[in-house]
Design a protein around this ligand. Sequence first.
Ligand code: ZN
Length: 453
Amino acid sequence: MPHFVAQLPSRHRLLILLVSLFIAVILLLPSEQASASRANESNALEVGKRYTVPLDLPTEAPITVLPELDESLDDLPLAAFGLTWTVLEVQTGDILASLFRKAGVNQQTMQQILDLGKSTRTLTRLFPGEKLEFGLDEQGQLQQLRYAVDRLTTLEISRQADGRFQVAEVKKTIEARQQFATAKIRSSFWAAGLNAGLSEAQIMLLAGIFGWDIDFALDIRAGDSFSVIFNAEYVDGEYLGRGQIIAAQFSNQGQVYQAIRHTDGNYYKPDGESMRQAFLRAPVSFQYVSSNFNPRRLHPVLGTVRAHNGTDYVAPVGTPIMAAGDGRVTHSAYNSVNGHYVFIQHANNIVTKYLHLSKRDVKSGDRVRQGQTIGRLGATGRVTGAHLHYEFLQNGVHRNPRTVKLPQATPLGGAERQAFLQQANVVLAQLQSQQQAYLAQQSHHNAAQTEAN
Ligand SMILES: [Zn+2]
């Protein structure tokens, strides 16, 4: 602390210098710049009103720098000069022709635009609530037409110097801001994910990222926890939605797993090893397994299940069953004990078996990919209820598919690995500090609660 105080006067001086510089720059700014930024700010145009703006329509896109006037006046985009704008909102029953008429633009001009072909065809499929922006010059001639196709794309039809129109698709850029979410699982992974503020897609993604390490259908327990750094996406400062998971940590039954997204779009462990493995821990998505979480429920593998060397997944009939790994189907058949069943031969002398299916989607001899649907869960054969009976054999010996050590996929190598490790360290440090900040806030909150009681 004293160290900081000692430094203060010089920092203070620097700050004053910076502020004065800033003011000087503002005072010296040319007036054109000021009007450009003004146009840029007045973003809320009202429907049905006419506006005159000095430059182009308000836009977040970078302002076009005009060429020097004396260079070639003919090449200047006319739309850059002062236009009068009419904004029309499409009403039910509106047709394009009526909108053009309302804006005071003749039908020949409309036809000229539609004749541009495919790129302007979208104008003939307008929906109520959408807006058309007509920019007319002093002679009342349409110079520019703007139409927001969606939140990210605007169609800009501009008249060129030769009188013809040209179409441009202007894309807004998505700005990603990092957000943090964390939760301790109490009732279910799904509920915890929603409580933490994750979208359903992000919850599925999170389960996918750790799906080679954790069986989300059977192995999630009360007290498990996770934390995530993800991108929140914004357009023009407006919230668009939740996006990619940047880094995640999952603590399952005391074991901590971490994953970081690499620039190749895949997730890797902090040391650069792939999250991807030759086998999924569960051949059923956790969201179908109704009994996937119940703290009072006995583990389904205990007792009878272990005696017959498999894992039972209880889920509704019709639930998709996935191939746990790449391989070749050796059996796709029916008998009175197994019901409809599928066996798959994988590399490293591993075989997986899927029993009691209601439907088989593969034939003997088929090649299958990891995650591919091979059939549907059912209650065929000798069963007491609908479930998938799943077996995992290595060299002919039954293994627990949820704990067996599996061969790793290729890790990142060379320079790519170095780049990843650097980025991974930064992101993981963020994850840790966010986690600590969250816990500190929680304990503060708890302390306050205790005092209140
Ligand atoms: Zn079984």
